[in-house]
Design a binder for this molecule. Structure first.
Ligand SMILES: [Zn+2]
Length: 244
């Protein structure tokens, strides 16, 4: 249940957020999915579109003023609610006990921490979107494709200055394409593949095919140990690219 919407941006939109939240909640309910804990929403000035934070007794949803004004507000709320549902369910990708095990078992070089952190967040995004795609992008529109295509466009023109930064961008491409692949929303000859592959080539490694397959094929409900194994595999793929 949404208990409050607070506007910290000074740009309004609380009613729009409330309406979108209720619409998404209803759509999830039709799939038998409902949050147990209360949610507080905050409209904030921030660089990213949105985020969420969960504790044992509540969730906080952060929505950027830009997202409130965009036509992707429902998609963003569906995505963040996907994270909240996964957290409440204790899914290994959103479970603090499993995070503890990961810290012991997955070794990454210090220089890779930023890129690997992003890549791990994308694993969580895949699992959030396995839920959010049930209620978003089901109307036959290409909103999800357009969203992730813009993402790949932005990444490939960003081009970082060091290897791990580029691997981070490549990982983000792998996630964007892999997520579309997982939901059968991208063809094998789509131009996004070429964009991402030529970014890899320029950077001197080859990652997008392996990473897209990795994100596309993550098992939907792994046991904790199997999940740790998947995260290790991701770290290996990235480390191998760094060594080439
Ligand atoms: Zn997310």
């Amino acid at each position: 249940m949404l208990v409050a919407v607070v506007d910290r941006s000074g740009r309004g939109g609380t009613r729009k957020v409330k309406a979108a939240f209720e619409e998404v909640t209803e759509k999830y309910a039709a799939h038998g999915l409902a949050l147990r804990l209360p949610v507080t929403a905050e409209i904030a000035r921030m660089a990213i579109m949105g985020a969420s934070k969960s504790t044992s007794d509540r969730h906080t949803l952060f929505v950027s003023a830009r997202a409130v004004e965009s036509d992707l507000l429902d998609g963003l709320i569906a995505h963040e609610m996907g994270h909240m549902l996964r957290t409440e369910a204790g899914h290994p990708s959103h479970n603090s006990e499993v995070f503890g095990a990961l810290q012991h078992e997955v070794k990454i070089p210090r220089a890779a921490e930023g890129a690997f952190g992003q890549a791990f967040n994308h694993i969580q995004d895949v699992y959030a979107d396995d839920l959010s795609f049930l209620v978003f992008a089901t109307d036959g529109s290409d909103r999800a494709y357009e969203f992730f295509a813009a993402w790949v466009d932005g990444n490939t023109s960003a081009g970082g200055t060091n290897r791990w930064q580029n691997i981070g961008l490549a990982t983000s491409n792998g996630f964007a394409i892999g997520n579309l692949l997982r939901h059968k929303l991208i063809a094998s000859n789509d131009k996004l593949w070429d964009l991402a592959r030529s970014f890899d080539q320029k950077s001197g490694f080859s990652l997008v095919d392996d990473l897209a397959a990795f994100y596309a094929n993550l098992p939907s409900d792994p046991a904790p140990a199997a999940f740790v194994g998947e995260v290790k595999r991701l770290a290996q793929l990235m480390s191998r690219a760094a060594a080439t």
